[in-house]
Design a protein around this ligand. Structure first.
Ligand code: TRP
Length: 439
């Protein structure tokens, strides 16, 4: 059985936090271990340039994210792990897709529309401060996916539209140039946790409320101590509903542990104690990975070598041959293969045009038919007394019943027997095919 190709891109624009870990990294690594999947994980550093224009931050984030995935246990023997910008075939494909992507569809992309809406709200020009990179983002993402014919793309709800666009671009390309691309499917991770941040809102860099995944132990402790709670005193029962602290605990605990923690809330655990318990839970899971992370971060050259090796193998096995085929398909071809003196292909050769019978009544009042192929007359009938007689004769010919030495039609001018036979064979073949379909 062939494996399902699953692909995930991680934009290298920040430092991984607990929300990224519980919501994306941890489930992805679990999924990557399944025997029947072939996973592609890549650092989307071209995507990062849309948001981040500080070179040192792009570099730092790329290093941190690579080290994080390795430290969290991604098996790079079983899975593909690479950096987008190490595969020049991706931007190359982006251009081929750009040329089939509908601009109107891109106008409707959520990220772009949201930026336009913000501009309008502020009374700015629609496109003020919006780069063409943001506008073209879905095309680059489509190239990431289509180049490896990924079948499944696990994404959050906010990314579903991009997968639909990738399907649209892939479909248009296939329609124009032949079946080159598998149309990917979004896998929406419904029950994946979105963790609350320090202030109770969704943990996100844009709210500045994150807990870095590999914060050193004392920093982790300090950050957890700063999680927003209500002001209930120790011994007062606490609500688990809407408690960021509780939700964080849940993301790192078994069902039983979570139930016990809920009981402690009902029994009026003090916030200080609750935070200490949360810290211990998280640290128990993170500490072994943190150790690996720190070791990796101390050897950035090793990470660089791992990424380069992944990309080199992937290019050799997939990306380079794929682009070769795609270039050929769109007409970016080796000119030495053109036959010298060849004429451009005619619109359509007459011989490939489906032959048709035409019936008509002539000035002598009789009924005639002609077998036409394009402009050419292949057969010309003699006159029949009624349209019904002419029609029946046509029906018989179409069935292959021409009749030996038939004298009720003549070959057209300059038409050979073989040509007529070939044309009539087309009717017989169509007839058989029709019967096959109805059988
Ligand atoms: N756009 C994705 C995000 O912001 C990252 C990404 C880039 C991606 N290319 C991709 C995700 C291809 C899945 C497939 O989360």
């Amino acid at each position: 059985m062939s494996k399902t190709r699953v692909l995930t891109g991680i934009t290298t624009s920040g430092t991984p936090h607990l929300g990224n870990y519980a919501g994306a990294i941890r489930p992805a690594i679990v999924a990557s271990r399944a025997p029947n999947v072939e996973s592609y994980y890549f650092l989307a550093d071209y995507h990062a340039l849309i948001k981040v224009q500080e070179p040192a931050r792009v570099q730092r984030s790329t290093l941190e994210i690579a080290a994080t995935w390795l430290a969290c246990g991604l098996d790079i023997e079983k899975n593909w792990f690479y950096r987008q910008s190490d595969i020049p075939e991706i931007p190359e494909l982006t251009w081929l897709l750009t040329c089939v992507a509908g601009k109107g569809l891109l106008n409707r992309a959520h990220a772009y529309k949201a930026a336009v809406d913000r501009n309008r709200a502020e009374g700015e020009d629609d496109d003020a401060g919006i780069s063409a990179g943001l506008f073209m983002y879905p095309v680059l993402m489509a190239a990431d996916i289509l180049i490896f014919n990924a079948q499944k793309v696990p994404v959050g709800r906010d990314q579903v539209q991009h997968i639909e666009m990738a399907r649209d671009f892939g479909q248009r390309f296939n329609h124009l140039y032949g079946e080159h691309f598998t149309l990917p499917e979004a896998v929406i991770e419904e029950q994946v946790a979105t963790l609350p941040g320090l202030d109770g809102r969704k943990m996100s860099k844009s709210y500045d409320n994150t807990i870095p995944l590999f914060a050193p132990r004392d920093e982790l402790k300090k950050l957890i101590a700063g999680i927003l709670t209500d002001s209930r005193a120790p011994s007062e029962p606490k609500d688990t509903d809407g408690s960021a602290l509780f939700q964080l605990y849940q993301a790192f605990s078994s069902k039983d542990e979570t139930a016990a923690f809920a009981q402690a809330f009902a029994d009026g655990i003090g916030w200080g104690d609750a935070k200490q318990q949360l810290f211990e839970r998280i640290d128990a899971e993170v500490a072994p990975m943190r150790e690996k992370y720190e070791a990796l971060m101390a050897k950035p050259a090793e990470i660089e070598a791992i990424l380069r090796d992944g990309a080199a193998r992937l290019r050799a096995q997939h990306a380079t041959p794929t682009l070769q085929r795609l270039r050929e398909a769109v007409g970016l071809r080796d000119l030495s293969q053109v036959a010298v003196g060849a004429k451009p292909a005619a619109k359509k050769e007459a011989s490939t045009t489906v032959p048709t019978f035409k019936q008509y009544r002539d000035t002598d009042g009789k009924f005639y038919f002609k077998l036409m192929q394009g402009e050419r007359v292949l057969l010309q009938s003699t006159g029949f007394a009624s349209p019904r007689d002419a029609g029946q004769r046509i029906a018989a010919i179409k069935q292959g019943e021409i009749g030996d030495g038939a004298s009720d039609f003549a070959l057209g001018e300059g038409v050979s027997d073989e040509e007529v036979n070939a044309a009539l064979a087309a009717f017989v073949a169509a007839q058989l095919e029709g019967e096959g379909r109805h059988a």
